[in-house]
Write a protein that binds this ligand. Structure first.
Ligand SMILES: [Zn+2]
Ligand SMILES: [Zn+2]
Length: 253
């Protein structure tokens, strides 16, 4: 296989790894407590999040919980209804950083995730994590820098575009089985580890499973099931718990 093609495939694969870690660990486990990981798998996930995304979990959790607290109204960190579709789709990282750097956001929405010794020593240094991730690519490609650059650029570019699409497309285009701006897009769900079923998620945020019917497919849930089978995760509830405010769109007509 030609080197550049292999580099693109590696970049896409590590992007998917980052998206699955984001949905299962940062989103479903830490933000909504819809599942709980046991100690060692959680630590491994923290290391992988650090080297593949450089994200600080408590910041991600705080920004995301704020999104649920102010969905599509003033105060939402990344709503297309507030900031515009193109800004959220293509500059979400700027919106995210602005919200994450606000000490009030982290102080208010991630009180349950205070930094521990590992955070202070390593995981709070996002650039160090990304540097180590780049070093691993350097070993994979045996020092061929232009392949490292291709793989890293594909990884960063697709991760940012795909995770932004959950907030931009997932609040603008698609089916709305429940009232509110959030939408379901099965095609997007395939690309972003199930997160494209975003209307479902806003209707039942404590559900570890984002698919509500046999016609909907949530690949992130398959990972949760595998983790549970290995004894590495406990799911909060198997049955569907809709929020009291979740109104099926058909009932609202
Ligand atoms: Zn949303
Ligand atoms: Zn959520």
């Amino acid at each position: 296989m030609p080197g550049p093609l292999l580099a693109v495939i590696v970049g896409l694969a590590t992007c998917q790894l980052g998206l699955y870690l984001t949905t299962v660990v940062l989103h479903r486990a830490l933000s909504h407590r819809s599942l709980t990981l046991t100690r060692r798998p959680l630590f491994a996930a923290r290391v992988l999040i650090w080297v593949s995304t450089g994200i600080k979990p408590r910041e991600w959790v705080a920004v995301h919980r704020k999104h649920h607290a102010f969905t599509d109204v003033d105060g939402d960190p990344h709503s297309p209804a507030v900031s515009g579709f193109f800004t959220v789709q293509f500059a979400n990282v700027v919106l995210y950083k602005k919200s994450a750097n606000d000490p009030d956001t982290v102080g208010r929405y991630a009180k349950d995730l205070p930094p521990d010794g590992w955070d202070r020593a390593l995981f709070d240094r996002g650039w160090l994590g990304l540097g180590i991730g780049t070093g691993i690519l350097f070993l994979v490609f045996w020092g061929n820098w232009h392949l490292v650059v291709i793989a890293a650029a594909v990884h960063v570019g697709t991760y940012l575009l795909a995770s932004s699409a959950i907030n931009a497309i997932g609040h603008r285009f698609g089916k709305r089985p429940f009232t509110g701006q959030a939408t379901n897009n099965q095609w997007l769900a395939w690309l972003v580890a199930g997160e494209g079923l975003h209307s479902n998620h806003h209707a039942a945020p404590t559900s570890a499973r984002l698919s509500f019917s046999s016609r909907e497919i949530d690949p992130g849930w398959w990972v949760v099931l595998a983790l549970r089978r290995l004894g590495w995760a406990r799911v909060r509830h198997d049955e569907l718990h809709l929020r009291p405010q979740a109104v099926p769109a058909a009932a609202a007509r």
